[in-house]
Design a protein around this ligand. Structure first.
Ligand SMILES: Cc1ncc(COP(=O)(O)O)c(C=O)c1O
Ligand SMILES: [Zn+2]
Length: 407
């Protein structure tokens, strides 16, 4: 038995049993998993966590699964790295990078999908599906392969090759839709209604999104049971951003850490309606058609945009939007100072971090964690024109000539 108790509407507070559903029947608000924290506190301690598996399943009591039959490709337990060289470039002495590129399918989505796939199996579904901006596609397909489930993955047709191949290789039915992510998502809601599949980010969404809390738990544990002063988190729907904060608060509720005071900084693409609302001082998130090189973040109608704005308010955080040029510069800066090839979303994080320092929102010695949530090997198009080899003949002279030309 697990410790999840009910689904609760985030708007009107009505409670629902733990079923594959995601909206309140009365007010259409989104549903969120609630837990029996009293009983969790009786069994979960810092020691029990430290003695747990080297994966995000060391936090199992705080994840909404009932049994032990986990669909597991070993998500999480990724490195937190002190970034001295990048810090020096940016003027920060206490900067850490959470490197989630090294998950099994090379993005943080493995954290949400291991929960969603486990839950789908618990509910008795034989087919798992998703609408994806790219990374989710690969993760859902991989978990389906591992679980032996039928799999349908819907993506916008214009995704990067690495994202398409990185999903197709696991053998799902990959559906490339001529349209934006928001159109793909709308189509998937209709498909979900008709076919009754487990759509990880639609009818399984309340469970799926809980997996992102592990990016909060892990950072706290890796920092020696404390929260950072600042966290910089890339956002598409805004779910990951809000769930990291929820993770910090739950660890406080269980007595593992003091009241968290982290300022949560949301990072995304220019034109994002979350940033527009933040800049205008409203919580009115008006959908847009995104245009950005950061395709993984290109959601124009962000499901958790309103809640992300609440988290900004609650934590005295901020929202930053960066241009395509800044994204590429951020990717190169990260790769060339720390040896981490993050995807475009990583470029968004680093470019936003740079801005926050310039604006004086992050000070030199503040303990800061920047989340790098996916690998650049899947978004090579973003940098292929700006990083080129030296082309030489197989002779010493040719090499020496080429070398001279670089000086
Ligand atoms: C690499 C990467 N980082 C961050 C995000 C943001 O996710 P969310 O929709 O939870 O805001 C995504 C979403 O697809 C992603 O692919
Ligand atoms: Zn409701």
């Amino acid at each position: 038995m697990g410790y999840a108790s009910v689904l609760q509407c985030k708007e009107c507070g009505r409670e629902y049993p733990l079923e594959p559903t995601n909206v309140c029947e009365f007010c259409f608000g989104p549903l969120e998993v609630q837990y029996d924290y009293k009983n969790i506190a009786k069994v979960m301690t810092k020691e029990s966590i430290q003695n747990g598996p080297n994966s995000m399943w060391r936090y199992k009591e705080l994840l909404p699964v009932a049994g032990d039959d986990i669909v597991n490709i070993n998500s999480g337990f990724t490195p937190l790295i002190k970034a001295n060289r990048l810090g020096e470039e940016l003027g920060l002495t206490n900067l850490y990078l959470k490197n989630d590129c090294v998950n099994p399918t090379h993005s943080f989505k493995d954290r949400v999908v291991t929960v969603a796939a486990t839950k789908a199996k618990e509910f008795g579904f034989d087919t798992i599906a998703c609408a994806s901006t790219g990374n989710l596609a690969g993760s859902v397909a991989a978990h389906a392969a591992r679980a032996g489930m039928r799999c349908f993955v819907f993506i916008p047709a214009d995704l990067e090759t690495g994202k398409i191949i990185g999903a197709a290789v696991y053998g799902p039915t990959l559906v490339a839709v001529k349209g934006s992510y928001d159109e793909v998502n709308r189509l998937c809601s209709e498909v979900a209604d008709r076919h009754g599949w487990a759509f990880v980010n639609i009818n399984i969404r309340p469970y799926y999104s809980e997996g992102s809390k592990s990016l909060g738990y892990e950072v706290v544990e890796q920092l020696g049971w404390k929260t950072p002063v600042h966290a910089v988190v890339p956002a598409a729907s805004g779910s990951l951003y809000t769930k990291i904060w929820k993770g910090f608060k739950e660890f406080n509720q269980l007595g593992f850490i003091d009241t968290p005071t982290t300022q949560m900084h949301l990072a995304t693409y220019t034109g994002s309606p979350i940033v527009t609302a933040y800049d205008e001082g409203t919580k009115d998130v008006r959908p847009v058609k995104p245009k950005t090189i950061a395709k993984s973040l290109a959601i124009g109608n962000p499901a958790d945009g309103y809640y992300a704005l609440n988290t900004i308010e609650e934590t005295q955080g901020s929202a930053t939007a960066v241009s395509d040029e800044e994204v590429v510069d951020g990717m190169l800066l990260l790769a060339q100072t720390e040896g981490i090839f993050g995807e475009t979303a990583g470029g968004v994080t680093i470019a936003s971090l740079k801005r926050l320092v310039k604006q004086g929102k992050i000070n030199q010695d503040d303990l800061t964690v920047a989340y790098i949530t996916g690998s650049g090997l899947k978004t090579q198009e973003a940098v292929e024109k700006v990083v080129q080899p030296l082309h030489v003949e197989p002779t010493l002279n040719s090499f020496e000539d080429a070398l001279k030309a670089t000086r």
